[in-house]
Design a protein around this ligand. Structure first.
Ligand code: PHE
Ligand code: FE
Length: 295
């Protein structure tokens, strides 16, 4: 995509900023403070050291290929040169979470929205909304993988369709995103590895998802995933495990309309349930699980 046209200015916490026709903004790179850059460097170094042996090779390769380093917050323009050449994706800067249909439209056009702002030093381990570190470090490296890149575009298109069908279909599709793009695990010859962005951007959950005996680890099954509630306030009680990105992409190729219809009559599983039909890799000990309701 060409550089989008600026269409208007919008009043924000940092004054008037140009807003593009796509609802995105220019990354305000020169406005990052020394502390902002240090937060990036600290988080980057911590995950870079931890993730070999935890994250899948495709993710680690992506990080290496971008040359994401600890030299401060990356410039999106630099990343986009690599990304466009590799898979035709690009990142666009946004103020924060977008309405579903706007988010889907970006993905469908191979644009990944990244929050331009980064968390404060007292939020290194947890914050409740996605910031630059989560969006960029968590999501963007895998967009260099051709199969995953295609999956993300297809997800955006599927999202527009689910949005038009209605809220139940949208919920089913959101669960798929949650248990794959955000919290997915993958089986490799070297063992169980992480590919989900919500995990790789969290030190605590990176270790927990792979090493802890508490959570269930269950083989990916499309309809099972789409009818399983999830936790937004704790580590996951269940991780779904794919064998390969090809498997994930192939499973999501069919038209979901009949699946949405089928699932509408089925009560969702709770986040920690194990069903008789599950292919269980690890049955969780449930230690430390919250007892309040799932989403
Ligand atoms: N095949 C899905 C549909 O028809 C679209 C989709 C593809 C959804 C990939 C998610 C991931 O709705
Ligand atoms: Fe995310």
């Amino acid at each position: 995509m060409d550089t989008p046209r600026r269409v208007e200015h919008q009043q924000t916490d940092r004054g008037y900023v140009p807003v593009y026709a796509t609802g995105t903004v220019e990354q305000p790179w020169s406005s990052y403070s020394k502390t902002d850059h240090e937060v990036w460097d600290t988080l980057y170094r911590r995950q870079r050291e931890l993730l070999p042996g935890y994250a899948c090779q495709e993710f680690l390769d992506g990080v290496a290929r971008f040359g994401l380093g600890d030299g401060g917050i990356p410039r999106f323009d630099d990343l986009n040169r690599v990304l466009r050449a590799a898979t035709g994706w690009e990142v666009v800067a946004v103020e924060g979470l977008l309405p579903d249909e706007v988010f889907f439209d970006h993905l469908a056009h191979r644009r990944f929205p990244v929050s331009w702002w980064i968390r404060k030093p007292d939020q290194l381990d947890y914050l409740s909304e996605p910031d630059l570190f989560h969006d960029l470090f968590g999501h963007v490296p895998l967009l260099l993988n051709p199969v995953f890149a295609d999956y993300m575009e297809a997800y955006g298109k599927g999202g527009m369709k689910a949005y038009a069908i209605g809220p139940d279909a949208l919920m089913n599709l959101t669960r798929l995103y949650w248990y794959t793009v955000e919290f997915g695990l993958i089986r490799t010859d070297a063992g169980m590895r992480i590919y989900g962005a919500g995990i790789v951007s969290s030190k605590g959950e990176s270790i927990y998802s792979i090493d802890s005996a508490s959570p269930n680890r269950i083989g990916f099954d499309l309809e099972r995933v789409m009818s399983t509630r999830y936790r937004i306030d704790t580590y996951q009680q269940t991780y779904f495990v794919i064998d390969s990105f090809e498997q994930l992409f192939d499973a999501t190729r069919p038209d979901f309309t009949p699946i949405y219809n089928r699932l509408a009559d089925r009560a969702p599983a709770t986040a920690g349930d194990i069903l008789s039909t599950d292919r269980v890799f690890t049955r969780g000990t449930r230690e430390g699980w919250a007892t309040n309701a799932d989403n």
